[in-house]
Design a protein around this ligand. Sequence first.
Ligand SMILES: [Zn+2]
Length: 301
Amino acid sequence: MIESAHEAMQKSVVFMNCPVCGSVRHKLRHTFRGGYQTRVCEGCTAEFLSPRPTPQAISALYDEKYFNNDARVGYIDYAQERGSVMATAHRRLGIVAKHTQGRMLLDVGAAFGYTLEQAALDGWKGDGVEPSTYAFERMQQHASHPFNGTLEEFADVIPYRQYDVITAFDTLEHIYSPKDWVSAAYKMLAPNGLLVIAAPDRNSTLGRLSGRSWWSYKVPEHLTYFNQHSMERLLRGQFKIVHSEPDKQVVSGEDMHRRADRIGGIEGVIASIILLGLLSRHKNYTVPNGMRLYIARKVGA
Ligand SMILES: [Zn+2]
């Protein structure tokens, strides 16, 4: 018997209840190519991908192609983003530094280590966790204790390290089980330690205005779409949010010119003309990115 595409998909996907609060009450929001859907939790308002690929299929996404490809998933050429990633990390770490004296930092989802490279320049002592082996090989030179795996695995293997700060920039939306992830972060932080998250914000102006075409709907790699309310729900009992603000990204004029060139066709030509007229290649620009930056303090033990 020939199985239908729908049957084949059902065998290799997972149907979820809310990964933030566990509620079984959730409504369809959008349907995407491949039959993937996002649903909105009626309890905590988190939006999440369900059905979604299995955890094994998700891990397999993050190979070399993820960091060098046609940008349907991942990045066209992640190495070219180094300047922008470092400048954005510098901005975020400057905000974090106002909330703690400690300088022992663990960056989770460290990718090629650009955040760690910047952290070292800014006076932090940094470790990094990165599940992709391809990225880990590039990251390890920037970390005192580099780890190739997930945060949950790291917390199992090295439970005694106590960090002042754990950063997760552009990471939590990729995590299969955010509750387990938060518990692992809790274990790895010193008393009063800070968990710092930058994640797409469903309630951002960009998120609300762009509907189904929101840039952050990277399906199936982005699994949960938070807002302030669902983030508070996720952290409840373990962390208290002490600061939150709309996040911004620092991009160079050079980056923007390169992006305009890549658009191609007549739109690319028009975009290039506009950008060439307005943007210097030699300046940095700080722009809203539809994300939110959260600084949360560990409570209890
Ligand atoms: Zn929920």
